[in-house]
Design a protein around this ligand. Structure first.
Ligand code: A3P
Length: 278
């Protein structure tokens, strides 16, 4: 999915980013997660802002490419001019142990953005992505439970583990104060993108240039598409985003909701926002 996401980026490349002048900078803000939360949508929306520049692909610097060094990381960034901000997104950062410390060592003042989504829907989305690549894998419930009798949740399954946001976020708070984080509701990013993106622009200290005029609801899929400034035709994310999910038995969903309930409550408390995942 990385390469298809990258093509997305190329289609939307801002004309000014082709300018030869400008130098590359390390990011001043990073979208650190969460996988399947709506991170691509958020990045593509933010890229409409003339003061934001971002690489298309996920650099995976702080988790997979750390040995390549900061010069390599900077090289992955697009050139920027004075007053422009560099942003990247790599959703695996949120859940990777060494990443908070490594980011802190690069820049202790960095702004960190987390797109979160109901962990149950997120797990199903994650599973949907996995079956799209390997259609022969086990069923969702076979992965989710240790056995079908007790229905104890298999917390070692990645799709489940990623959704325990409070546990992951705790590690970040050992390095950064709360003021450096901003949370985006993955649900609201779909139903009310202009408001969610307004909050992010405010957090980043940018003028509110991206407004409801930049969003166009795609009737067929039900997801907002983006409309660039001075351009008529809306651009939707590609087909790997907003996939139809397989039907999961309501009992199974209920069981998972119970599992996540205390972790969600803790997370709401930590970040001071109730995301309303019931
Ligand atoms: P689904 O495909 O399960 O619906 P990420 O980019 O972090 O992998 O997140 C993918 C999710 O972004 C999609 O999951 C979809 O629900 C969500 N999303 C949010 N806004 C979207 C938009 N405007 N277009 C398509 N998908 C969007």
């Amino acid at each position: 999915s990385h390469s298809s996401e990258y093509n997305e980026y190329r289609l939307q490349q801002h004309p000014l980013s082709l300018e030869a002048n400008g130098t590359k900078s390390l990011p001043q803000a990073i979208i650190i997660g969460v996988k399947k939360g709506g991170t691509r949508a958020l990045l593509e929306f933010l890229r409409l802002h003339p003061k934001i520049r971002a690489p298309g692909p996920e650099p995976h610097f702080f988790d997979k490419n750390y040995d390549r060094g900061l010069d390599w990381y900077r090289e992955q960034m697009p050139p920027t001019t004075v007053g422009q901000m560099t942003i990247e997104k790599t959703p695996s950062y949120l859940i990777t142990r060494d990443v908070p410390r490594r980011i802190f060592e690069m820049s202790k003042n960095i702004k960190l953005i987390v797109v979160v989504r109901d962990p149950v829907t997120r797990a199903i989305s994650d599973y949907t992505q996995a079956i799209s690549k390997r259609p022969d894998i086990k069923s969702f419930e076979q992965f989710a439970f240790l056995d079908n009798k007790t229905r104890l949740v298999d917390t070692s399954w990645g799709a489940i583990k990623i959704g325990v946001y409070a546990k992951h976020f705790e590690k970040w708070l050992q390095y950064f104060p709360m003021e450096q984080f901003h949370f985006v509701s993955g649900e609201e990013l779909i139903t009310n993108p202009a408001q969610e993106v307004a909050n992010v622009q405010k957090f980043l200290g940018l003028d509110r240039l991206i407004t409801k005029r930049n969003f166009h609801l795609n009737g067929s899929k039900g997801f907002p598409c983006l409309r660039k400034f001075g351009s008529g035709k809306p651009h939707c994310l590609n087909k790997s985003k907003g996939r139809p999910h397989p039907r999961i038995d309501p009992d199974i969903i209920e069981r998972l909701r119970d599992f996540y309930k205390p972790f969600n409550a803790k997370f709401y408390q930590m970040c001071g926002r109730d995301f309303g995942w019931q």
